[in-house]
Design a protein. Structure first.
Length: 219
């Protein structure tokens, strides 16, 4: 087993991260047709790891394929994103419930630092930095809960949510999130489980409410 080839697996993971980032950022636009050979050339990889990455992205709902036709970036659909957000919210609530009793002072410090970066990014209108900082903040609790299934589910469905968030990011929502983050951090610092879970629910419910106010036309 120690001599089993690992290069292709590692290259697949590299391709997966790069392609997912390109889709979430909009560099690969909704509805864009993608070809594995062209993507492989752009990434400097062989076709095999790119095909494996596209298969994973199809499982995540970020690309879709039609046999004997084409593969394309999935059009944005508020309804599909809403479904993913409901799952992500439930997983974060579970992570918080399991994590808060074991939260350390270092965890709290990392969350506060992430929220400071989030607030600065919102003020500067830097959407990418804001979403990255938001992910970092919540990742502290996901890591602390130690539930691999929860982490894997969040990793699978969050990119679909982030893609629409990035396209429709609102500074007002960001400023509200800073306040909610502060409340979440305070609850964690005092190991108030129910308060932390409720605040987490409020954070994600606010996002879902915004999605409810938009139309459901794919694009």
């Amino acid at each position: 087993m120690s001599l089993a080839p690992i290069g292709r697996v590692l290259l697949r993971d590299v391709a997966l991260v790069r392609l997912r980032e390109a889709i979430v950022s909009g560099d690969l636009a909704p509805g864009a047709v993608v070809k594995d050979a062209e993507l492989a050339a752009r990434l400097g990889l062989s076709v095999a790891p790119v095909r494996a990455a596209l298969a994973r992205l199809a499982d995540e709902g970020l690309v879709e394929s039609k046999p004997q036709s084409h593969t394309r970036v999935t059009p944005l659909s508020v309804g599909q994103v809403r479904d993913a957000a409901v799952v992500v919210r439930a997983m974060h609530e579970l992570a918080v419930r399991e994590a808060v009793p074991a939260v350390t002072s270092d965890d709290v410090a990392r969350m506060r630092a992430a929220n400071e970066r989030f607030a600065a990014a919102v003020a500067a209108g830097d959407v990418d930095a804001a979403l990255a900082a938001d992910d970092e903040l919540h990742a502290v609790l996901v890591a602390r809960c130690g539930n691999a299934a929860v982490a894997a589910t969040i990793d699978r469905f969050t990119p679909a949510v982030r893609r629409l968030e990035r396209a429709r990011f609102a500074a007002a929502h960001g400023r509200e999130s800073v306040v909610l983050h502060d409340r979440l951090i305070a609850a964690c610092a005092h190991h108030h489980v129910d308060a932390a879970v409720e605040t987490t629910r409020e954070i994600w419910t606010a996002l879902l409410s915004e999605l409810e106010e938009t139309d459901d036309e794919p694009r």
